[in-house]
Ligand binder design. Structure first.
Ligand SMILES: [Zn+2]
Length: 250
């Protein structure tokens, strides 16, 4: 439901508290922990090896270029790059993650404590905090349609397994859909300028999850959080009121 459809007395009483988690694929030639090509659009299951499939005995070797790009992105969003950061296994099973864990960063991410300044409706600038930027690997892709037997089967393309990602987590500083739009627009501009990603939303290079809660205006504590997993493109079209064009979203 667009914000404009809410009753004015509701809008006057409550405010949303929004934090964004943005996943960005890095433009490296090879994957995060193996020598497979990091390339979108190859024939299914051709850019894979024992490492990115997590077969027994395979040992990941970190791609230096991915670290360089993550560092560049961190500095461009005013983060402090840690002297020491650590990778961790995030264990979960999903059909497109057959090895049963994702290599990610947990309590020692590569960078923390950044910010992005965004323009607001009254012409001033507002600082949105960036909690952390951490490195991780992407999972494969489940294909639920497009095949003659898609009604009964799901196909798996594991080419994306091991694609280097950075996840950029904002502080819950965003209060309006327009601020969320401006934050994502600025972040995308910065990532494109630093050339660490092509930010191609159609190919999944830039994806956004929103953590949204609602609280009484001016209250210190937020209500229960609701996580909305969506593409940046659809998030923007939902969030933006119809009165403003999407022309600034490149
Ligand atoms: Zn591989």
């Amino acid at each position: 439901m667009p914000a404009a459809a809410l009753a004015p007395e509701v809008l006057a009483k409550y405010e949303p508290v929004i934090g964004l988690e943005v996943h960005v694929q890095l433009l490296t030639a090879t994957k995060a922990f193996c020598g497979c090509a990091n390339h979108f659009g190859s024939a299914p299951n051709t850019n894979i090896c024992p490492v990115c499939l997590g077969l027994p005995g395979a040992l990941p070797v970190l791609n230096a270029k991915a670290v360089e790009f993550a560092t560049l992105a961190s500095l461009a969003i005013n983060c402090q790059v840690r002297e020491r950061s650590i990778f961790a296994r995030k264990n979960y099973f999903y059909p497109d993650l057959p090895k049963g864990y994702q290599i990610s960063q947990y309590d020692k991410p590569i960078a923390e404590h950044g910010f992005i300044d965004v323009p607001t409706a009254d012409g001033t600038m507002k600082r949105i905090g960036v909690t952390r930027l951490h490195m991780e690997e992407d999972a494969g892709k489940s294909l639920h349609d497009g095949f003659p037997d898609s009604a009964t089967r799901t196909y798996l393309d594991l080419n994306r397994c091991g694609t280097p990602l950075v996840e950029i987590v904002s502080e819950p500083d965003i209060r309006t859909p327009d601020e969320a739009f401006e934050y994502l627009t600025r972040l995308k501009e910065i990532l494109l300028y630093t050339a660490v990603s092509d930010c191609n939303m159609e190919e999944g290079s830039l994806r956004c999850d929103a953590n949204v809660s609602v609280r009484l205006k001016g209250a210190e504590k937020s209500g229960p959080r609701s996580k909305s997993r969506t593409s940046t493109a659809s998030a923007l079209s939902v969030w933006r009121s119809n009165t403003r064009s999407n022309a600034r979203s490149r």
